[in-house]
Design a protein around this ligand. Structure first.
Ligand SMILES: *[C@@H]1O[C@H](CO)[C@@H](O)[C@H](O)[C@H]1NC(C)=O
Ligand SMILES: *[C@@H]1O[C@H](CO)[C@@H](O)[C@H](O)[C@H]1NC(C)=O
Ligand SMILES: *[C@@H]1O[C@H](CO)[C@@H](O)[C@H](O)[C@H]1NC(C)=O
Ligand SMILES: *[C@@H]1O[C@H](CO)[C@@H](O)[C@H](O)[C@H]1NC(C)=O
Ligand SMILES: *[C@@H]1O[C@H](CO)[C@@H](O)[C@H](O)[C@H]1NC(C)=O
Ligand SMILES: *[C@@H]1O[C@H](CO)[C@@H](O)[C@H](O)[C@H]1NC(C)=O
Ligand SMILES: *[C@@H]1O[C@H](CO)[C@@H](O)[C@H](O)[C@H]1NC(C)=O
Length: 393
């Protein structure tokens, strides 16, 4: 017979479940032939942010070179050039792409990414994350990122405001926290991010592909940011194939949880643009000590691998779909110190990037966008270095 106390707990549990119950509707459905219509390609001759050995191609050039295409199964493939030899050219850079979504996510969104293959291999550095147009004032949420022959994925936040992952999160996530302070201070080069390591096997590298891939899902609402990983055999039916009514409250603990008590999700993030790309070497994969963790037997250093296309047979994304669901709570848009004009729908992190050579200090949106996007990509750098530090301790 339930005691009064037990009834009270039951009522509490019910109210928590109700608070978590949200009805999501489909906002974006990038799949098959329409996948690449959801993105713009940020062409850049050099990787000025992370110093990788890559050139980021325009959409037309990348399509021509078959770096992005829809395969015969209807999957979206994103790859680096794996045919060109750079033998004899010490400054050789391999062609790649840097994709940014045309529309941003807002608070109340649930992003579902279903893939069969994540790029991997010695010198390879894939990134799947979201970022505001103004960095770090509008924040960043790293969903898939690691390098070389790492076998597990890492999650992270990078924001300008006070933001920590509280110790209580350890009981609300299945992953392992290796760093709790999400605050970035660019002027002081402080950019560790608050990192959670996935503990499930097959979340990255060859294991991910061998298991048939899987699904990453990121939920951003007024309770915080949660990220789930499901290896293929464990994907919940409400996000499988064409399912249209996801219910995260049925999914169990997320791999990573950043609760509102440590980091206010209504203020630290601006509209988030989905970013998908592949880097080679650079400040994370190419850092000698990071490289040696998993690739010491492959080459004396990362850059020694870049010229040989045979090293890039596994450097590709194979994607079934990317869907964005929303509760429709977009009006609760975060306000930050950043100029609000650039955060409006339709603006993107590179909308100013093509306006070449505008003078600095003009204070217009294009100028601030260029500099912010440039700063932004220092993030994975620091995340990687911090991961290394955590590894060494
Ligand atoms: C791209 O793929 C098409 C069709 O498979 C092929 O004909 C073409 O040669 C490829 N282009 C390059 C640059 O590899
Ligand atoms: C987090 O890092 C920022 C920037 O270094 C610092 O100002 C802040 O005090 C740190 N927070 C905690 C809780 O240590
Ligand atoms: C949506 O907005 C309502 C009203 O402001 C709020 O109570 C609710 O918590 C919000 N839900 C999410 C998921 O942000
Ligand atoms: C997304 O689009 C694909 C292709 O048109 C369709 O098969 C699928 O049912 C759509 N997904 C949802 C959740 O509507
Ligand atoms: C990397 O290794 C190659 C091959 O041993 C060597 O030629 C090159 O100088 C090294 N590069 C760096 C930056 O150490
Ligand atoms: C290059 O990448 C494409 C796309 O992933 C793949 O189909 C092809 O087999 C790869 N070629 C080599 C030589 O690795
Ligand atoms: C986008 O390209 C511009 C120049 O073309 C570059 O300055 C900027 O850093 C790139 N952004 C990212 C995020 O790579």
């Amino acid at each position: 017979m339930p005691s009064g106390r037990a009834l009270g707990l039951a009522a509490l549990a019910t109210s928590i479940a109700l608070a978590n119950a949200q009805t999501y509707t489909l906002a974006d459905n990038f799949t098959g032939a329409n996948f690449f219509n959801g993105f713009k390609y940020n062409a850049s001759a050099i990787d000025s942010n992370n110093f990788g050995n890559v050139h980021f191609l325009s959409q037309s050039a990348a399509t021509q070179a078959n770096l992005t295409f829809i395969d015969s199964n209807g999957h979206a493939i994103i790859t680096v050039d794996n045919t060109t030899s750079g033998a004899g050219d010490p400054s050789f850079g391999r062609n790649s792409v840097y994709l940014l979504s045309n529309s941003p996510l807002n608070i109340g969104s649930l992003l579902v990414f279903d893939a069969n293959h994540i790029p991997f291999g010695c010198s390879v550095w894939p990134g799947f994350f979201t970022q505001g147009a103004i960095w770090p004032q509008q924040g960043e949420i790293d969903i898939i990122e690691n390098v070389n022959l790492a076998t597990i994925n890492q999650y992270s936040l990078h924001v300008a405001d006070t933001c920590n992952q509280p110790a209580s999160a350890a009981q609300q996530q299945s992953g392992k926290t290796t760093s709790t302070n999400c605050t970035v201070v660019p002027s002081l080069d402080i950019n560790n991010g608050c990192i959670v390591q996935e503990t499930q096997q097959n979340s990255f590298g060859s294991g991910f592909a061998t298991a048939g891939g899987g699904v990453y899902a990121m939920q951003w609402n007024d309770q915080g940011v949660s990220v789930w990983f499901f290896s293929r055999p464990n994907v919940p039916s409400d996000i499988s194939s064409d399912a249209a009514n996801p219910n995260p409250s049925n999914w169990g603990l997320p791999s990573a949880f950043y609760p509102a008590s440590g980091c206010d999700p209504t203020t630290v993030f601006g509209p988030q643009f989905i970013t998908l790309y592949i880097d080679i070497c650079g400040a994370f994969a190419g850092a000698q000590s990071v490289f040696e963790q998993t690739c010491a037997s492959a080459a004396p250093n990362c850059s020694a691998l870049v010229q040989d296309p045979a090293n890039y047979a596994d450097a590709y994304w194979d994607i079934n779909f990317l869907r964005v669901f929303t509760t429709g709570n977009n009006s609760a848009g975060p306000t930050t110190g950043a100029p609000s004009s650039t955060g409006s729908s339709g603006a993107s992190p590179t909308s100013g990037g093509s306006a070449s050579g505008s003078g600095s200090g003009s204070g217009n949106a294009a100028t601030s966008t260029i500099s912010s996007v440039k700063d932004m990509m220092m993030v994975p750098v620091a995340a990687g270095l911090f991961a290394l530090l955590a590894f060494m301790i």
